[in-house]
Design a protein around this ligand. Sequence first.
Ligand code: URA
Length: 209
Amino acid sequence: MGKVFICDHPLIQHKLTFIRDVNTKTKDFRDYVDEVATLMAYEITRNIPLEKVKVRTPVSDADGKIISGRMLGLIPILRAGLGMVDGILKLLPAAKVGHIGLYRDPETLQPVEYYVKLPTDVTERELIVIDPMLATGGSANASIQLLKERGCNQIKLMCLIAAPEGVKAVQEEHPDIDIYVAAIDDRLDEHGYIIPGLGDAGDRLFGTK
Ligand code: URA
């Protein structure tokens, strides 16, 4: 079973509180999401492999260790996932970014792909699928499935807030996937919103409401 990591660092929890606040304006909301994404990138890369290198200090040779950022891929789920990309790229500038766009078919309620563009070497990369809100788990599951069908086998999921229902859905469908969240909230309401959550992440990021 994949693990669930709750990124409960005080800095993350502090900023998440302002992200939740209905009175936080669009620009501040976007900035806080960006900052939390950077801090979560720190947590999600905790066990990333390091490459040994030699460097020369001003006084002697030294053994160094570096992350091969070329081996990472960020996969935001459109559109709200975009809000976390730049924050992660601040720490991992060599990561490549692929995009997945999905909509829910109104009749079948199943996610349908409308846009997929992935790095050409995506199968060789360790991927972080990004969606701020893990609600029903439908989009996350469909995105992970799509990546697995294209041959990707190193995938993590990063979300700001998850509902217990979404965590369960991903664990059941993709038991190999580790999930990183800043908080797990109480439940979903009848419209699929996370309670207490933060409202519609896309609307709050892009000021569309
Ligand atoms: N997507 C959102 O943006 N917010 C929720 O609460 C659930 C899904």
